[in-house]
Design a protein around this ligand. Structure first.
Ligand code: ZN
Length: 310
């Protein structure tokens, strides 16, 4: 069993309109944009990162806003719901705020004793705010969201799967322990993690397969401390038969990727070096940052990207 995984690192999704996406995460949800860069494989598309003050691993929601892009079709083989943690008692504030801002898909409920408020992102993305006891996290305070209600990073994620068994087995290998089941959903939890420590597997044996598009999660990334830990995880996964990519430099972390049996694309990302490696903490996410190979093309790239509100 792998012991290096610390919980979630980031979740990366696809979006349509970049400004709507930016507005939703920075204004409606009150996250901080911690990096404005480009898709390293398609530099005419932004890669936008939203999180807490410094983009702590386990708090970072990232997007590729492709502009005109059909919405994804929700179904199995994907991350169905990305869950943010909020302080206990905060859901009343959030319900009023999301209603006032015209957010759709609001559903109130509970799972394993935790109150949750489901809602749709700007492209129909599946989200929930979950009231929970969160250790060692603080919300971004540079917004109009009161500090005692602010988002405290990820709570976890819920996968939609036709058959949960193989993914559950993989999570066990990655250090997650099987927790309780309620209805068709089973919780897996990592002990001693970074607080973004649950994965819920929802089994939907008769649902159709998801089709990716705007509002779909592209991949979900799990955190490891450093490159040495990442190499340990890579070796262990390959020894178990997974096809894992070589280590890729993403400027703010190092990444490896592999496809899981349920269909969800996993990444293992390092906590190092972090989002402050190329700009001051006070100004994170303000300037367009490009990987060095695209710097010679900055003027051309800037001309292709829509200007973003602050
Ligand atoms: Zn990623």
């Amino acid at each position: 069993m792998i012991k290096e995984i610390q919980g979630l690192h980031h979740v990366t999704s696809m979006a349509g309109n970049a400004n709507e996406n930016n507005q939703f995460f920075t204004k409606t949800l009150g996250l901080r944009r911690v990096k404005k860069t480009v898709n390293f494989d398609a530099p005419e598309v932004y890669h936008l990162y939203y999180g807490d003050e410094v983009g702590t691993p386990g708090s970072v929601m990232t997007y590729f806003p492709f502009g005109q892009m059909p919405r994804g079709r929700r179904g199995t083989g994907e991350v169905g719901i990305t869950e943010f943690a909020v302080p206990k008692g905060a859901l009343g504030f959030w319900k009023d705020r999301l209603v006032a801002q015209g957010v759709t898909g609001l559903t109130e409920g509970s799972f394993l004793g935790e109150n949750r408020l489901g809602f749709d992102g700007p492209d129909g993305d599946g989200f929930a705010l979950v009231e929970s006891e969160v250790r060692g996290r603080t919300p971004w305070t540079g917004t109009d969201v009161p500090e005692d209600a602010g988002v405290l990073g990820f709570h976890g994620a819920r996968f939609s799967l036709r058959d949960a068994a193989a993914t559950g087995e993989l999570l066990g290998f990655m250090g997650y322990q099987k927790d309780e089941t309620e209805g068709s959903v089973t919780r897996y939890r990592i002990e001693g993690g970074n607080a973004a420590d649950t994965i819920d597997l929802e089994e939907l044996p008769t649902a159709h397969t998801a089709g990716q598009g705007a509002g779909s999660v592209h991949h979900i990334a799990f955190a490891v401390e450093d490159r040495a830990a990442q190499l340990e995880v890579r070796r262990a996964l390959m020894d178990t038969g997974y096809q894992v990519t070589p280590v890729i430099d993403r400027d703010y972390f190092w990444a490896i990727y592999f496809r899981t049996p349920g269909g969800v694309l996993f990444e293992i990302a390092t906590n190092e070096p972090g989002f402050d490696r190329d700009e001051d903490t006070a100004h994170l996410g303000e300037a367009l940052k490009l990987p060095s190979r695209y710097e010679p093309h900055r003027t051309q790239i800037e001309g292709l990207l829509p200007p973003l509100a602050a």
